[in-house]
Ligand binder design. Structure first.
Ligand code: ZN
Length: 183
């Protein structure tokens, strides 16, 4: 099983690379990786497991964060209505998004970042994501709220983008009017 020892931390160049598409149908090796990533998130949200294995709770993980530069993400998160999104996706793509932007009031965190980075991270309020699940089947998800934010954070990892790249350096707490990348 994956533990925090397997999580690549900021400063490692792999987190800045554009990850490669996964060849489809997914190979057994890639399916195993997807399952391990999702399992890590589920364990990390289980207080007993988290304490036993010293896991930081996480709602999303991208393959580059475990040292694999491939387009694969896992998400395990519940929306405001209690609906659980628990999925691993190969080659996830945002195929459409709202004009409206949103953000988490407390900012974002990342398993690869061991320090708080204050500031608001603009995200599209609504997105439609397409990808291939661990069974090799096409998936389309229409997302808003927390799940939409988590998927955008994870898909950014596949393009070498960290959440803090999107924080306005001059005015980190100014509510974002539009989607922006401040580098
Ligand atoms: Zn992250």
């Amino acid at each position: 099983m994956l533990t925090m020892k397997d999580i690549i931390r900021e400063g490692d160049p792999i987190l800045r690379q554009v990850a490669k598409e996964v060849s489809l149908p997914p190979r057994q090796e890639d399916v195993e990786t997807a399952k391990k990533m999702l399992e890590f998130l589920i364990h990390s949200q289980n207080p007993e497991m988290a304490q036993k294995y010293h896991l930081r709770p996480g709602v999303g993980l991208a393959a580059p964060q475990i040292g694999i530069s491939k387009r694969l993400i896992a998400v395990h998160v519940t929306d405001d209505n209690g609906k659980l999104y628990s999925v691993a996706l190969f080659n996830p793509k945002i195929v459409s998004h709202s004009v409206q932007v949103t953000y988490l009031e407390g900012g974002e965190g990342c398993l690869s970042v061991d320090r708080p980075v204050p500031g608001l991270v603009p995200r599209y309020a609504k997105i439609t994501v397409r990808g291939i699940d661990h069974k090799g089947e096409k998936v389309e998800l229409k997302l808003k709220g927390m799940p939409a934010i988590v998927f955008q954070h994870e898909i950014d990892h596949l393009d070498g983008i960290m959440f803090y790249d999107r924080i306005n350096k001059e005015k980190p707490f100014e509510p974002p009017a539009q989607m922006a990348l401040y580098r």
